[in-house]
Design a protein around this ligand. Structure first.
Ligand SMILES: [Zn+2]
Length: 277
C-alpha cells in the first residue's frame, strides 16, 4: 500500500520567475518549493510560487503543523508566501524559520515584500498561530525527539542557507538551492554537508557554456554537479532551480550528458512525489 507519509513533493522547481510556456510545463512553471510529508508535520523548504499549490491541495482534515524553512530572500523563494492560504487559518500552527544572512534579519525582507505598495496586505493579517523564528546558519533546529534540521551557509549574492534534514540520526535529505561555485572549497563543502545522505536537491541552473556569461549570478553548472555526483554515488541527486527560459526539451538536452553518466542523478519535475526510505 502506498504510504501517505514520508514523501518528498516538488511544488516548484523553477528559479527566477514563475514563467514559461506549455513547452516548459513538465519540469514546472512555479518557483522553488519542496515539501516533506511526515507523520507529525509538514516541512517546507522555500516559499516560491509553488507553496501556493501546496496550500491549495492540503486536506482540511490534515491538522498537522507546518514548518517552513527559507533559504534566502530573493523573491523567487518568497513570492508564494502571501498566497499560502494555511497562513490565514487559525487552526493551523505554522512556524517560519528565517536565516540571518549578510547581517540582516529575514523578517525585514518579509515585511518589505509583504506590505503596500508591493502587496496589499502585511504579515499582521496572518493567523496568530503563525510565528517567525530567526536563526544563524550553522545552527541546528530540533523538530522533535527524532528529527532535526541542520543548516549551513553557502555562497550566493546576499548569501544562502542550505538545509540537512535528519531523522533518527540519518541524513535523509539535503536541500541546497541557489549556490555558486566561487571558491576552492564550494563543491567540497557541499559534498561534506551531504555526506552521501539519501537525497540531495541542488541548484543546477546552467550548462558550463552558459555559466561563462553568468558568473556572479549565484548558481551552479551541470559540470559542478557531475563532480558532486561522482563523489556521492549513494545519494539521489535532483537537478533543481531550472532556468525560466528553458523548454522541457532544452532542460532534457542539457542534462543528457550527466544523466547518462550518473545513474544517481535525475531532473526535479514539478509535482513529482518521491517516497523516502
Ligand atoms: Zn533562486
Amino acid at each position: 500500500m502506498k504510504s501517505e507519509t514520508d514523501k518528498l513533493i516538488f511544488w516548484g522547481t523553477r528559479g527566477g520567475l514563475p514563467a514559461g510556456e506549455i513547452t516548459s510545463a513538465k519540469y514546472g512553471l512555479a518557483t522553488c518549493c519542496v515539501g516533506l510529508v511526515l507523520s507529525d508535520r509538514h516541512i517546507i523548504f522555500d516559499a516560491g510560487s509553488g507553496i501556493s499549490l501546496f496550500g491549495n491541495k492540503i486536506n482540511s482534515n490534515d491538522k498537522k503543523p507546518i514548518d517552513i524553512f527559507i533559504g534566502h530572500y530573493h523573491y523567487d523563494h518568497l513570492i508564494g508566501l502571501p498566497f499560502f492560504t494555511p497562513l490565514f487559518n487559525k487552526h493551523r500552527n505554522i512556524r517560519v524559520f528565517l536565516p540571518k544572512l549578510d547581517d540582516r534579519n529575514g523578517i525585514d525582507a518579509i515585511d518589505k515584500l509583504i506590505s503596500p505598495p508591493l502587496f496589499p496586505i502585511s504579515k499582521e493579517m496572518f493567523s496568530e498561530t503563525v510565528s517567525f523564528h530567526s536563526f544563524i546558519p550553522g545552527n541546528t533546529i530540533k523538530l522533535n525527539a527524532n528529527c532535526s534540521v541542520e543548516t549551513s551557509l553557502f555562497p550566493h549574492p546576499g548569501q544562502n542557507c542550505g538545509f540537512r534534514f535528519k531523522r533518527f540520526g540519518n541524513k535523509t535529505l539535503c536541500y541546497i538551492s541557489d549556490i555558486e561555485n566561487n571558491s576552492e572549497n564550494t563543491l567540497e563543502n557541499i559534498i561534506e554537508f551531504t555526506e552521501n545522505g539519501a537525497h540531495l536537491i541542488i541548484d543546477s541552473s546552467y550548462t558550463q557554456e552558459e555559466l561563462k556569461s553568468r558568473r556572479g549570478w549565484g548558481h551552479l553548472s551541470l559540470n559542478d554537479i557531475e563532480i558532486i555526483a561522482a563523489k556521492l554515488p549513494q545519494t539521489k541527486i535532483f537537478l533543481y532551480h531550472h532556468d525560466i527560459f528553458k523548454s522541457d526539451r532544452q532542460i532534457e538536452e542539457d542534462a543528457k550528458g550527466i544523466l547518462s553518466k550518473h545513474s544517481n542523478v535525475r531532473l526535479a519535475k514539478q509535482f513529482d512525489t518521491i517516497q523516502l526510505s
